[in-house]
Design a protein around this ligand. Structure first.
Ligand code: FEO
Ligand code: CA
Ligand code: CA
Ligand code: CA
Length: 566
């Protein structure tokens, strides 16, 4: 380990230790007095960035940029990853690449990417060697298996094995990232045994199940401070018909699943206490009192924003205990009309006990029922339906929570926006908050349909767009292909969007995550050529194997950032 590496590692640990010190310093009566005099900005000790993954930068000690570190690029419809001068993208882990000893392949349609430094559990923050976790959100049957209408059992199996999560060891050698062999390289797919935990485990809502089959619809996610992945099950409803006869049960999907990338023997856990809905992501942080907080969006028109607060407290010295932290806690829904978090607790909230469906029958008979249909529960207690809440991230300098509202054609919000809120007293467990609009999509700002967000270690926001109608909708003509934007959050240009990267034809770029030192940006290229009529009329060849023209979803590793912090 070089001296630099030691410094970086100790910074990450100092941040965690300071969290604990603050926790004990603010205990009991002292807390009430101290809380009043706390500065408005949060301590760096509580800051997170990078989708919850580690960073080696103290965000309170850097000056945020008012302008991008690159010359912004223009709109393009090129079938390529287009970057500013001086930056380069390397294809890494494309669909179909064999990466385990047993011959398993990288799955389809990459989404969220987690960066787990290979030495994380030993206190390290390697930026050149890691276990990456890659979500595979769904398959395009034209590319995987073939027939969309009359699936054979073999095709269903091929599709079930192409979704879920890949855990992949990667290493940077010289200028190149490559996959390296490791016993932990593996696939968690729609057939993997997964344990249900929390109030809905074994309940009637999940037909009595304690173990279930697989994870699907793996959209975005988050990393926990104890080094696990939270993968979020988003669009889970269509599979019951598509995979008929496979035993697929939609009530066993739509949860947050926790995976320990470092421990293949640890059975993945579905966290029913965090509710069941179209989970986009979880933005994880540790509150001042040590409880773990997760912000989550339900990606659907007129659906809500949620917050989970764990019952137990985070202990950096006890990973075994932390691995149970998400089994129990409180689930809240946001009421943006009065800036409050409403608890979804069947026993404490009469509105949930009294809620009735259109048929006049009670909607819920238990907390398990409330969690299994969190959307209906949220609307029954005054949760605010918003415009497709997708990714949520916490600003590493200010503690504010940013929410991408992609769009909502039901209400004329075709371009989407990003809002941000600040918890009362800068306490992430607070039940009151204030909010404002940060940026609005449209020709005036240059972007539409914001989806994934990520803060770099310096507190700059990066955002990727998810427009599915770019080639057909005249109001999107200004946009070109889906793109990634840099957005200052402080200073005179706060909220302005600077185009950094443009994806290939029909693709959406997803899952942005940084190496802890901020020098490599991993970005997933999802569904290139998705609108192609057939394999004979492909609209994109991005990521194709040598000798083939079939496009492939893939990761790219983007470099060229040295000096960008200045
Ligand atoms: Fe899978 Fe909400 O994007
Ligand atoms: Ca998404
Ligand atoms: Ca994110
Ligand atoms: Ca999306």
């Amino acid at each position: 380990m070089t001296t630099d590496r030691k410094t970086e590692a100790s910074l990450w640990h100092r941040l965690l230790e300071t969290r604990l010190t603050r926790r004990s310093a603010l205990g009991g009566a002292a807390a009430a007095a101290a809380a009043v005099s706390l500065p408005l900005t949060i301590s760096s000790a509580e800051a997170v960035s990078n989708n919850g993954g580690p960073s080696t930068v103290d965000p309170q000690k850097v000056t945020p940029r008012a302008t991008p570190p690159f010359r912004a690029i223009g709109v393009t419809t090129a079938d390529a990853v287009t970057l500013p001068a001086g930056y380069r993208a390397q294809v890494l882990a494309p669909w179909g690449e064999v990466f385990t000893e047993g011959g398993r392949e990288i799955g389809f349609n990459h989404d969220y990417v987690g960066f787990f430094p290979i030495d994380l559990l030993q206190g390290g923050t390697s930026s050149t060697e890691a276990l990456l976790t890659i979500n595979h959100e769904y398959v395009n049957p034209m590319f995987v298996g073939g027939d969309t209408k009359n699936r054979t059992p073999a095709q269903i199996r091929a599709e079930m094995e192409a979704v879920g999560v890949s855990v992949v060891r990667v290493k940077k050698e010289g200028r190149e990232w490559r996959i390296v062999p490791d016993a932990r390289n593996r696939r968690i797919d729609a057939l993997t045994e997964i344990e249900l935990t929390g109030p809905a485990r074994g309940s009637a809502a999940v037909r009595g199940a304690t173990m279930v089959k697989g994870t699907v619809g793996n959209c975005s996610g988050g990393q926990t401070p104890w080094g696990t992945l939270l993968t979020c099950e988003e669009n889970v409803d269509g599979y019951a018909k598509a995979w008929e006869g496979s035993g697929y049960d939609p009530m066993h999907q739509g949860w947050v699943t926790e995976i320990d990338p470092f421990t293949p023997g640890w059975t993945p856990k579905k966290r029913t206490a965090m509710g069941r809905f179209r989970h986009e992501n979880v933005a994880v942080t540790v509150a001042r009192d040590g409880r773990v907080v997760g912000y989550m969006g339900d990606d659907m028109q007129d659906a809500c924003v949620y917050k989970f607060v764990s019952r137990g407290k985070y202990d950096p010295a006890n990973r075994a205990a932390n691995l149970n932290l998400l089994a129990e806690g409180d689930l809240y829904v946001a009421n943006f009309g009065n800036g409050s978090w409403v608890l979804l607790d069947y026993d404490k909230n009469k509105k949930l006990q009294d809620a009735k469906g259109a048929d006049g029958k009670p909607l819920f008979a238990s907390q398990a029922d409330v969690l299994a249909d969190a959307r209906a529960s949220a609307l029954a207690v005054g949760g605010t339906p918003v415009d497709r809440p997708e990714d949520i991230e916490i600003h590493p300098r200010t503690g504010e929570v940013y929410v991408a509202l992609t769009n909502n054609s039901k209400h004329g919000n075709f371009f989407g926006q990003i809002v941000k809120f600040r918890e009362n007293g800068d306490d992430w467990t607070a039940t009151k908050f204030l909010w404002e609009v940060f940026a609005v999509g449209g020709p005036q700002s240059g972007f539409a349909s914001p989806d994934n967000l990520v803060f770099d270690p310096y507190g700059n926001l990066w955002m990727v767009t998810d427009n599915s109608d770019l080639s057909t909708n005249p109001i999107k003509a200004f946009h070109g292909n889906n793109a990634m934007f840099f957005m200052p959050t402080e200073g005179p240009n706060a909220g302005k969007a600077y185009r950094f990267a443009v994806g290939p034809v029909d693709a959406e770029m997803t899952g942005p995550v940084w190496s802890p030192d901020g020098k490599t940006l991993f970005l997933a290229i999802q569904h290139p050529g998705e609108d192609s009529e057939s394999l004979d009329k492909l609209r994109s060849n991005f990521g194709a194997r040598a000798g083939s023209n079939v496009p492939r979803p893939t990761l790219v590793a983007i470099e060229g950032f040295p000096g960008w912090r200045a």
